[in-house]
Design a binder for this molecule. Structure first.
Ligand SMILES: [Fe+2]
Ligand SMILES: [Fe+2]
Ligand SMILES: [Fe+2]
Length: 281
């Protein structure tokens, strides 16, 4: 099989991981702070590792990782239905990996996909167990329908964080500069924390997190990536600042201020890297 064909298959796997991460995070956040929510979040983190391995493999083959999100199995009235959807999504992944392991002959890639496949089988077992557990314990959807300014600010933040996570991951995979790559990875992890904080806060405050993103910068040159990243950081730092001043609730004010400070830090880090990049040319 030629490289382009392998890259295309791995990108389908990558999109599947992306869908799984978001589906599981939506479920975990909606369930609040219980033990099952923590376990589901841990599974989402394993899917993030799969995402990372697949993206790096695609880059090593000369391809560009896709940031499209694969199919999700949404819907379901109650938590046991969500867990059934998660069992089905794992089945989608298992079938796809089995098919791709058969189709690809490169032994290293086969081995990687086999490694991921064994995780997916284990996750499917976990979700089957959660279907029963949710039925017995009556786990519930803690989300509300809050739509006021607080909910707007939180969903704006969630949308921003999701966008920059994808942007910084893409930049980290595609830049050839090791120091830029490392910072992009670090800041993407920090943005994942922000996404989690804002989503949990949203459920706490009886709203419903909407995990969607806006357009992602796909610059090719490292200097262009950094310029786009600096621009977005400065813009959102100003917006978090405005929101922190406007919001009355002290805990939310504090959270928004803390995130603002992180964003200012990110802008400074990227600024330094851009200066370095200018010197290197
Ligand atoms: Fe996975
Ligand atoms: Fe952030
Ligand atoms: Fe940031």
């Amino acid at each position: 099989m030629d490289k382009d064909k392998i890259i295309a298959l791995l990108n389908r796997d990558l999109e599947g991981e992306h869908g799984a991460i978001i589906q599981y995070l939506v479920h975990a956040y909606a369930m609040g702070e219980g033990e099952m929510a923590c376990e589901i979040e841990a599974i989402a983190r394993e899917e993030m590792r799969h995402f990372d391995w697949l993206a790096e493999t695609i880059v090593s083959l000369g391809g560009t990782p896709s940031i499209e999100r694969g199919g999700m199995r949404t819907g379901g009235e109650a938590v046991p239905d969500w867990m059934k959807n998660d069992v089905l999504l794992e089945q989608d992944a298992i079938s796809l990996y089995e098919e791709h392991i058969k189709a690809i002959d490169d032994p290293k890639i086969k081995r990687l996909l086999g490694r991921i496949l064994s995780d997916e089988k284990s996750h499917q077992g976990d979700f089957k167990h959660f279907v029963n557990k949710a039925q017995k314990e009556g786990a519930s959807d803690l989300r509300g329908s809050r739509q006021d300014r607080v909910a707007q600010v939180l969903n704006w933040g969630i949308e921003h964080e999701y966008t920059v996570i994808l942007q910084y991951l893409l930049h980290s995979y595609t830049t050839p500069k090791a120091d830029v790559k490392k910072e992009m990875e670090d800041q993407a992890i920090n943005e994942m924390q922000h996404l989690g904080w804002l989503s949990e806060e949203m459920v706490d405050k009886k709203g419903s997190p909407k995990i969607e993103h806006t357009e992602v910068d796909k610059s090719i040159k490292t200097a262009d990536m950094l310029r786009a990243d600096i621009k977005i950081e400065k813009k959102v730092a100003a917006e978090y600042d405005r929101a922190a001043k406007e919001i009355e609730e002290p805990d939310l004010k504090e959270l928004l201020t803390r995130i603002r400070d992180h964003e200012l830090y990110h802008a400074d880090i990227f600024d330094d890297l851009l200066k370095e990049e200018g010197k290197r040319g």
